[in-house]
Design a protein around this ligand. Structure first.
Ligand SMILES: NC(=O)c1ccc[n+]([C@@H]2O[C@H](COP(=O)([O-])OP(=O)(O)OC[C@H]3O[C@@H](n4cnc5c(N)ncnc54)[C@H](OP(=O)(O)O)[C@@H]3O)[C@@H](O)[C@H]2O)c1
Length: 317
């Protein structure tokens, strides 16, 4: 990979920044693409001078996508959204843009394309998010049949949205809401393992044209994940079941906020388990040994502890 050029769409995001770091460590030159190149400047010190180039391109603009991909040996697409905002709709960003990127990659003679989708991508889902992920995968396969599709379960690590969000809620709320009772299952996967999987997919010929479902070594119910988080931040908060119908009513109001903390579409996703399907190709098939959640959680949730990070108690390396 040394000296090759990779274009990473969604480079400034939670998973993207970890992939840029891993590519840079392997001597790869990186076009780090998002809509605000200024915001992506923090990625530059991950490589040598000039190795990581923040680049502005909206994936809904085919000409900008083609410019970002020109000359690249490898392309990774990580652009995804949890809620729709203005022109950034599920249809534009997750259904159509992956095909635009895949076509631009094929036209530019790119060697390898990795497309990051999500477990639960399903053309027949009740969730528009999940339907758009399925449409995106199909568009990628049609334009670039040798692409590798990675479908993670929820991804954890410093700056994740799941654990950080609920830990922040536990700091200020007397209870935590357990939407639908919290019996649905997740298989959280460490962000570094997702980055390693993406790098492996770029390098291994046998990954071409395949889909991998990425999950950690264990599955947990939603309730168990909140309980683990509360133990880690050393706070006691009752978990209060909010029935799906009531959560949907609340989400209908919350959707009016510029950055909605919950949407009705997300509630649809919570009605299904989010775990690796039996028989699916997994991290192990990409040579990645999944990291347990319990090892990593203490390294970044301690800031939410009562009294702060240095409040005492268990020491962490
Ligand atoms: N995190 C998880 O738990 C998880 C689980 C399963 C699947 N995934 C998938 O993994 C991928 C990466 O997730 P993430 O958590 O890293 O997401 P993230 O932190 O929200 O990052 C999204 C990235 O996409 C960029 N972006 C958004 N709209 C864009 C547009 N129109 N044009 C160009 N860039 C745009 C954002 O930068 P700007 O806003 O500055 O443009 C940002 O760099 C997504 O496809 C997501 O669906 C994530």
């Amino acid at each position: 990979m040394q000296g090759q050029l990779a274009t990473v769409f969604g480079a400034s995001g939670f998973i993207g920044r970890n992939i840029v770091r891993e590519l840079a460590a392997r001597g790869v030159r990186v076009n780090a693409v998002c809509r605000d190149a200024e915001q992506a400047k923090f990625l530059k010190p991950m490589g040598a001078v000039g190795q990581v180039t923040p680049m502005r391109a909206d994936v809904t603009d085919p000409a900008a996508v083609a410019r970002a991909v020109a000359g690249a040996d490898m392309v990774i697409n990580l652009v995804g959204i949890l809620y729709q905002s203005g022109r950034n709709t599920f249809d534009a960003v997750q259904a159509t843009a992956p095909g635009t990127i895949a076509k631009a990659a094929a036209d530019a003679g790119v060697r390898a394309l990795v497309h990051v989708s999500a477990i639960g991508a399903d053309a027949d889902s009740r969730s528009a998010y999940a339907r758009s992920k399925a449409a995106g995968e199909a568009a990628v396969r049609a334009a670039f049949p040798a692409a590798t599709v990675l479908r993670p379960s929820i991804v954890f690590g410093a700056n994740d949205s799941f654990f950080n969000r609920f830990a922040a809620m536990a700091q200020v709320m007397p209870f935590l809401p357990l939407i639908g009772g919290g019996a649905n299952k997740f298989q959280p996967v460490y962000v570094d393992d997702v980055a390693d999987a993406a790098i492996a997919a770029l390098q291994r010929p046998e990954a071409a044209g395949k889909t991998y479902e990425l999950g950690g070594p264990s599955t947990y119910t939603f309730r168990q994940l909140l309980e683990l988080m509360l133990v880690e931040i050393r706070r006691r908060r009752p978990l209060v079941t909010v029935p799906f119908w009531l959560a949907s009513l609340q989400a209908a109001v919350l959707e009016l906020l510029p950055v909605p903390p919950l949407t009705r579409d997300q509630i649809e996703l919570l009605k299904r388990d989010n775990v690796v399907a039996p028989g699916a190709s997994t991290l192990a098939d990409l040579g990645v040994d999944p990291t347990p959640l319990e090892i990593v959680l203490p390294t970044y949730l301690d800031a939410f502890r009562l009294g702060g990070r240095y409040a005492g108690g268990r020491a962490h390396a």
